[in-house]
Design a binder for this molecule. Structure first.
Ligand SMILES: Cc1ncc(COP(=O)(O)O)c(C=O)c1O
Length: 378
């Protein structure tokens, strides 16, 4: 069967991005975030390649379900898997999974911490704690550090295996943004306080894509990149020009042109009978909201062989119309491959801005109708 549209994933580019992160901040362990099906790129082949070819040993999922899928599909991999948000430590089945499947819950509230510390089966289990230093999402409350320390000491433990926090604004300057400075200093204080209480901290991590792109995270043992491993940085547009990040997208979203026809100003197109604003040529591409090519793409610019088109009229479930100037006619052929995004991050950022869709979301919203095809060849 031939798929009309697909997400081609170049695993060599994943290797390049990994290498670039290591050059940006050398000598750090990578905890690679692969939640939401590897940010939409296909978690299993991504993790298999990252573990076997890149030597990455730690992976981050959001849910216990994702972690179990990894363990089940890749049973022989010698890796740590962390669950960050939907941990459910108290449920009987889940407790068994954590205890017997080498999956580590990131403890983000006092209740879960107590449960683990009071449960005799967990007495040798590594403690991984995430503190809320100002993001105000998940995380043990920074203000309650004393209570946490007391609880750990009472349980007879003297070690935290991995201590984390997460930045709310790493897309902004890590050196100047007040929120980032506050979170950084709180985390540093936390480390001092915990160590002063006689508790060893084996590993720490704070930096995700935005922070790593600015070489923040040098004091930690680990980095926690997600987005940048797949190519883009999350830095705000105004910070991108000075950014040190040189990664490229590991994916290319491609489809085909299924019809081409000239159209005159004022003629209508598609559902809702949208009138086109100028003479030109319409290319119908085989992607619609059923594929994750959302109605927010209406008005976005897409390039084909050097010609700039605009997604025009209502995006359908299975197709979309792209309006090109008449001069593009010679280069628009039925059956032509049509690339929505390629490895160059520039047009991808533009698409994100024009569709008001986060770069993360552009990847994650692709549906299962778009096969992910993984390649390692040049
Ligand atoms: C706790 C935590 N760490 C790291 C990351 C990776 O972030 P990014 O994809 O921006 O690198 C995420 C992603 O949301 C996260 O929730």
């Amino acid at each position: 069967m031939r798929f009309r549209s697909r997400l081609l994933v170049d695993l060599n580019q994943l290797a390049n991005n990994h290498q670039l992160i290591q050059e940006l901040i050398p000598n750090k362990e990578i905890l690679f975030m692969v939640k939401a099906d590897g940010y939409g790129h296909g978690m299993i082949p991504i993790v298999r390649f990252a573990a076997l070819e890149l030597g990455i040993k730690q992976f981050g999922c959001a849910t216990l379900g994702e972690a179990l899928t990894l363990r089940e599909e890749l049973p022989d991999l010698d890796t740590e898997i962390y669950v960050f948000s939907d941990v459910q430590v108290e449920l009987k089945d889940c407790t068994d999974f954590y205890l017997h499947r080498r999956i580590i819950p990131v403890l983000s509230n006092f209740h879960d911490l107590e449960f683990i510390l009071d449960h005799k089966d967990f007495r040798h289990f590594p403690l991984c704690l995430k503190f809320n230093t100002g993001m105000n999402r998940l995380g043990l409350d920074y203000e309650s550090s004393e209570q946490v320390i007391t609880k750990i000491l009472k349980s007879g433990r003297r070690e935290i295996f991995h201590l984390m926090t997460h930045y709310a604004s790493s897309s902004k300057s890590m050196e100047e943004d007040a929120q980032n400075l506050l979170q950084k200093s709180r985390f540093e204080n936390l480390i001092k306080e915990i160590q002063a209480a006689g508790i060893k901290i084996t590993a720490t991590s704070t930096a995700n894509t935005g922070a790593i792109s600015q070489q923040s995270g040098t004091l930690d043992t680990h980095l926690r990149p997600g987005l940048m491993m797949y190519g883009p940085t999350s830095l705000a547009p105004e910070l991108r020009p000075q950014s040190l990040w040189r990664g490229k997208l590991i994916s290319q979203l491609e489809t085909y042109i299924i019809k081409v026809f000239p159209i005159k100003k004022g003629e209508c197109i598609g559902y809702g009978a949208t009138q086109v604003q100028s003479d030109g040529v319409i290319a119908i591409i085989a992607l619609g909201y059923g594929d994750g090519f959302s109605t927010r793409f209406m008005g976005a610019r897409l390039n084909h062989q050097g010609h700039e088109g605009v997604v025009t009229g209502r995006v359908n479930m299975d197709m979309a119309h792209v309006h090109f100037p008449m001069s593009a006619l010679k280069d628009l052929k039925v059956g032509d491959k049509f690339i929505v995004w390629g490895h160059d991050p520039g047009p991808f950022y533009r698409l994100s801005e024009e569709t008001k869709t986060l770069t993360y979301e552009l990847f994650c919203q692709l549906t299962s109708r778009v096969p992910r095809v993984h390649r390692t060849s040049p």
